[in-house]
Ligand binder design. Structure first.
Ligand SMILES: [Zn+2]
Length: 527
């Protein structure tokens, strides 16, 4: 694919960039997105249930432990999808659930002697804080499984009443033989559904224990009650000491799959637009969700969108193999915006192989963009563009995004091609600044910031000012550095180059890099 933005060098090019020729831009007005749909194994034109709207359900965290890099990628991939839908004029309802009751949560709580709800709450907060640090838009609703038990029971009742589910041994199972196209989403043959596939991960997005006897994550002792080995538990009978809710089939707790079916339909309706998650969730989780919801009479998701996983040394990041990079460690090693750039830059369906070198390369690429934006902003002054470009402003008065950028994101959310368009604009902008063409530089700055806002990476966005929310510290440093630079200029003017160099060296020693430009010295903090 070659969607790299053009290099703007000639007068004609500039006219096109500025819109004088009426070409080269796309003003966003309607969604023209094509998305790869796992169920149909093809990229399909996005046609929402309701015109002008988009409903998105993302399988969120199972809060049995702290988040790792794989969880962060999931949040970032879907954040970009939601931002693009919104920037394209869609009114998005974004629902991301929290699985706060699960075998692994109970096991982890028992192991550390903590109440299960306390462990779940603690981990949930870590997830929420990591998502916020990465500048992810909050979901419109973040339902918790434990808050929706009556909805799950009602859904199971519909399934038992229609003969798609049966109670046995205190559990309730879904009868897969009654679902005509069971396996259609994942494309698996019946015989391949009995063992965990190499790419089938557990609810926490990690590789499952190989001791799990089947792909439903159920208690092996209960499999004797199944009519078909592929049947999966909708409801699990209570075990001593475990939390339980009362139902017509006795006390117990929900299976993982029924949670998402009930919450998705509860908030987005029986038919909604996009259901997302990691590729590890295609089977069994999403296959089972789809089977039970369709059997209950819901049309369920129109598009199934799955992102690739984060790997290290070619192996999926997982607690089982011990190759996890915790979100907290990743955020300690990198600035959040650099980590976000790193997690964004591959196509969402490709795996991301984590290495420290790759992270540093991504950080360097982001800093090039950031340097242009801050340099252009300070050179051109506040008239160049507003200091903040919230995403809502994009939708209200859409800036002209380069066609190559819009086309890239419309093409199944191709962030690599979109970044190529961004970097081309940054190169042009730097060239314009270097030649003193402020008009062209201002256009490049506005375009770059518009593209960065769509990606959630605008360096001037409030999301990245967390360390200095009021901006006061920046103002103080700015004034002090300006004072030192004036003294340096004065020293040079009187021919005292030793003092001038000494001032510069002192600034550099404190992490302030000074660059002499045709418009006088400018500074930035060393990274
Ligand atoms: Zn789910």
């Amino acid at each position: 694919m070659s969607l790299v933005g053009p290099i703007w060098r000639t007068k004609r090019d500039k006219e096109v960039r500025r819109g004088a020729a009426g070409a080269g831009y796309r003003t966003l007005s309607k969604v023209t997105l094509r998305l790869f749909d796992t169920a149909s194994r093809s990229a399909r034109e996005f046609e929402p249930v309701a015109r002008g709207k988009a409903s998105v359900y993302l399988c969120g965290a199972t809060v049995q432990g702290a988040p790792h890099l794989g969880h962060l990628r999931s949040a970032v991939c879907f954040d970009i999808l939601v931002r693009w839908l919104e920037a394209s004029g869609s009114q998005v309802t974004y629902c991301r659930n929290v699985t706060d009751i699960d075998d692994k949560i109970l096991a982890a709580a028992t192991a550390e002697g903590t109440p299960w709800w306390e462990l779940a709450e603690r981990n949930y907060r870590e997830f929420a804080s990591a998502y916020a640090l990465l500048g992810c838009r909050l979901p419109d609703v973040e339902p918790r499984a434990t808050g929706h038990i009556p909805d799950m029971i009602a859904l199971i009742e519909r399934l038992t009443a229609s003969g798609h589910a049966y109670a046995a041994g205190g559990d309730v199972y879904f009868d897969v033989r009654t679902a005509g196209d069971y396996g259609a989403l994942s494309g698996r043959r019946p015989e391949d559904m009995l063992v965990p596939a190499p790419d089938s991960l557990a609810p926490d997005n990690t590789v499952p224990d190989n001791t799990v006897p089947d792909n439903t994550g159920e208690d092996p002792g209960h499999t004797a009650y199944k009519r078909d080995p592929r049947d999966f538990a909708l409801w699990k009978g209570a075990k001593p000491g475990e939390p339980a809710w009362r139902t017509p089939w006795g006390p117990g707790r929900p299976g993982w799959h029924i949670e998402c079916s009930a919450m998705a339909a509860g908030y987005l309706g029986p038919e909604f637009d996009i259901h997302g998650g990691g590729q590890d969730l295609i089977f069994p989780h999403h296959e089972n969700e789809r089977a039970q919801s369709v059997a209950a009479g819901d049309r369920f998701a129109r598009y199934w969108v799955h992102h690739g996983l984060v790997t290290t040394a070619g192996t999926k990041m997982s607690k089982t193999t011990g190759n996890v990079l915790a979100a907290a460690d990743a955020l300690y090693r990198s600035r959040p915006q650099e980590l976000r750039y790193y997690l964004s830059q591959a196509h969402y369906r490709s795996p991301v192989e984590y290495t420290q070198e790759a992270l540093e390369d991504a950080a360097a690429a982001y800093r090039r963009v950031e340097r242009f934006v801050t340099r252009a902003q300070s050179t051109l002054g506040s008239a160049a563009s507003p200091p903040e470009t919230p995403l809502e402003a994009l939708a209200e008065s859409p800036p002209r995004l380069p066609l190559s950028f819009a086309a890239a994101l419309d093409d199944d959310l191709s962030v690599p091609a979109a970044l190529a368009a961004l970097h081309a604009t940054v190169r042009d902008g730097n060239y314009a600044l270097g030649t003193g063409d402020h008009e062209d530089a201002a256009t490049c700055l506005a375009q770059a910031r518009a593209m960065l806002a769509v990606l959630g990476l605008d360096p001037l966005a409030p999301a990245w000012q967390a360390g200095d929310p009021s901006g006061r510290l920046h103002g103080v440093v700015d004034a002090l550095v300006a004072l030192a630079l004036r003294q340096r200029e004065a020293a040079r003017a009187r021919g005292d180059y030793a003092s001038a160099d000494s001032i510069r060296d002192t600034l550099e020693a404190t992490g302030v890099i000074v660059e002499d430009t045709s418009e006088g010295p400018r500074w930035e903090l060393a990274r």
